[in-house]
Design a protein around this ligand. Structure first.
Ligand SMILES: [Zn+2]
Ligand SMILES: [Zn+2]
Length: 349
């Protein structure tokens, strides 16, 4: 089969490799399309993700869907060839205390992530343990499957810190997660959704998919604008999906008393000037959302109900042969890119 192999920093090459056979308890999937995530770019540039090292010659891609083509004899009977599926990439050891409690994303031995530590979805076929393969209905498109994983993480954020209908919401960072959370907040009954960031094309996209107000922080004062939009109270819910110093410093300053702050963005370096006194005096609830922990089934129900259309965040689609160009476009944010996906087997339905 054709696969995109990582050959070291900023080098991905298409090669012919043996089609992976399902191992014990595994399912083989013919991949329809796979999203390029910020994490893929991070890896592409040679940085490590998680506790385990990234091997050479690995196939990246942890956001994908497709159809079941084969399964190992130890896979339960409900999985059948031809079924439409989406894959959850996070795999824990299954044996440590944290995994046994169901928190495999925080496995004590370091999780082994599909598309990061083992071969993933930038290939014609992929394999995954059956516990990580979720059936999706007809009206859940494969395009939605290729951008689904960050959405399931947004749902995890809401499970940890629920949004109350009528809440005012600020989403910081109009990347894919920020855009997904904008749709999710809208669908959850937010009275106002304010999307903030620096990328005007993505802010404009946010406005089309549910943001009432957008604030370009290169042009306007963030705190002033949020206070103006919330009658001087601050937001009831802040979703931080930028992961940069300025947003992490400001997230409490734009929050109302008793607000919830959910951190999704991963800061590349330690953040300074966090005023914990302000968190204390405002009685803020802070949660983090790293990985979709047990929220795939819930998130699949949301997408299948057509309450949100995840495909709206996809701005670019490339073929597998053009993957290097695709990584370059995403990395350098060319051409107003929001989310790019690699279409691998467009023929499957
Ligand atoms: Zn991702
Ligand atoms: Zn574990």
């Amino acid at each position: 089969m054709k696969a995109a192999l990582y050959k070291g920093p900023e080098k991905i090459i298409i090669e012919e490799i043996p089609t992976p056979e399902p191992g014990d308890g595994e399912i083989q999937i013919k991949v329809h399309s796979t999203g390029i995530c910020g994490t893929d770019i991070h890896l592409y540039k040679g940085f490590k993700v998680g506790m385990l090292p990234t091997p050479q010659n690995i196939v990246f891609g942890h956001e994908f869907g497709g159809i079941i083509t084969k399964k190992d004899k130890n896979v339960p009977g409900e999985y059948k060839a031809g079924q439409r599926v989406v894959v959850e990439p996070n795999i824990g050891c299954g044996k440590c205390k944290t995994c046994i409690a169901g928190h495999y994303v925080h496995c004590e031995k370091g999780q082994s992530i599909i598309g990061i530590h083992r071969n993933g979805g930038f290939a014609e076929y992929a394999v995954a343990p059956h516990e990580k393969v979720f059936l999706i209905p007809e009206n859940f498109s494969f395009s939605a499957a290729s951008v689904f994983e960050p959405f399931a993480i947004c749902v995890y954020g809401l499970v940890r810190a629920p949004l109350i209908p009528g809440d005012t919401v600020v989403v910081m960072g109009p990347g894919v997660a920020g855009l997904h959370f904008t749709m999710l907040a809208r669908a959850s009954g937010a009275s106002k959704v304010i999307l903030t960031g620096t990328n005007q094309a993505r802010l404009d996209l946010g406005k089309n998919i549910g943001a009432d107000v957008t604030v370009n922080v290169n042009e306007k004062d963030l705190i002033e604008e949020i206070m103006k939009e919330t009658n001087g109270e601050g937001a009831d819910y802040v979703f931080e999906a930028a992961g940069v110093q300025s947003s992490m410093e400001n997230m409490v300053k734009i929050a109302a008393s008793k607000a919830k702050v959910c951190i999704y963005g991963i800061p590349v370096e330690p953040v300074n000037n966090i005023d914990f006194g302000e968190y204390l005096f405002k009685d803020i609830t802070i949660v983090t959302a790293a990985g979709a922990q047990n929220t795939f089934p819930q998130a699949i129900k949301i997408v299948s109900s057509d309450v949100v259309d995840l495909r709206k965040v996809i701005s670019h689609t490339f073929s597998l042969e053009d993957i290097e160009r695709a990584f370059e476009v995403v990395d350098r944010r060319l051409d107003g890119v929001a989310k790019a996906t690699i279409l691998i087997n467009p023929d499957i339905k």
